[in-house]
Design a protein. Structure first.
Lengths: 138, 138
DNA sequence: TATATTTTGCAACGCTGTTGCATTGTATTA
DNA sequence: TAATACAATGCAACAGCGTTGCAAAATATA
């Protein structure tokens, strides 16, 4: 696991620092997506807010994590699959946010459906966010 | 037009105030969705920020407008169809946000597709946000 | 180990959204 | 229309998110 973390950083030409290792570790252990808030708390106030912001930015640019738009307007982040790299994301799965526990899931096996738009619109991205209750909160 | 505004407010048991009339008017004339920022500027600094926030909240609760989640994490608002009332929204259409001009469209005639989820998830809402270029920005 | 390059922490800032409370405006009834 | 009850507004203050500039610290390179 520790080696996976270092490999991932090296593969993306990132220097190995404490904050990057720790934040990447949090994502690898996380069940759902993480918000900045979660990371700040789960890392035990070890790093500055700004460092966390910058690390998340870097990870998004490198294709290590992707952002998830949510209805409550708070950005969440989750690990990408292997085919995302260097700013070219290919995350075409549906996201689910539980109204009860707030957990945000990447439904990797549910692909976003094709939606045809009126003439004149050119689509480059489609986000599907579903909400309701998850299996733990029935 | 002016009568439409007053009627709408009365129908929703809202008292007739300058800010409500003005903000509702802005929505009726708007081509796309409006953010708080847009309203604050288009109303000519006539009303306090807080009043605008509270008016938007009230309109959402009454089913006059609905919120649109966007990938850039800024809430936008747009008029509801007639069948939304008193906190019961039935907005099941797709939204499109232009990367070029920022305009957010309600595609009222494009309904959100059915997406079946794995067992355990109970869905109450589905949001589809598409982005790319609109007809004005080809 | 010495040097060049990156990353970090801190301070400061602007923006968004919320709350409490006194003042003002609207609706109601006589 | 005027008096009253009630609701909405403006103001001040606050908390949270996200960004930037810069000096100090950590990392990579040789
Ligand atoms: Mn995802
Ligand atoms: Mn809409
Ligand atoms: Zn849940
Ligand atoms: Zn456009």
């Amino acid at each position: 696991m520790h080696q996976t973390i270092i490999d991932t950083l090296k593969r993306n030409q990132l220097s190995i620092t404490d904050s990057r290792k720790k934040i990447l570790e949090l994502f690898l252990h996380a069940k759902g997506a993480l918000a900045h808030f979660d990371i700040e708390h789960q890392s035990g106030a070890e790093f500055d807010r700004v460092t966390i912001y910058r690390t998340l930015q870097t990870f998004v640019e490198k294709g290590i994590i992707h952002t998830i738009p949510t209805a409550d307007n708070s950005i969440r982040y989750a690990l990408c699959k292997d085919d995302c790299a260097n700013g070219h994301h290919h995350d075409d799965h549906v996201h689910f946010m539980c109204d009860s526990c707030g957990t945000t899931y990447c439904l990797d096996h549910v692909t976003v459906p094709q939606v045809s738009l009126p003439n004149g619109f050119t689509v480059t991205q489609t986000d599907v966010i579903m909400s309701g209750k998850c299996m733990k909160c029935v």
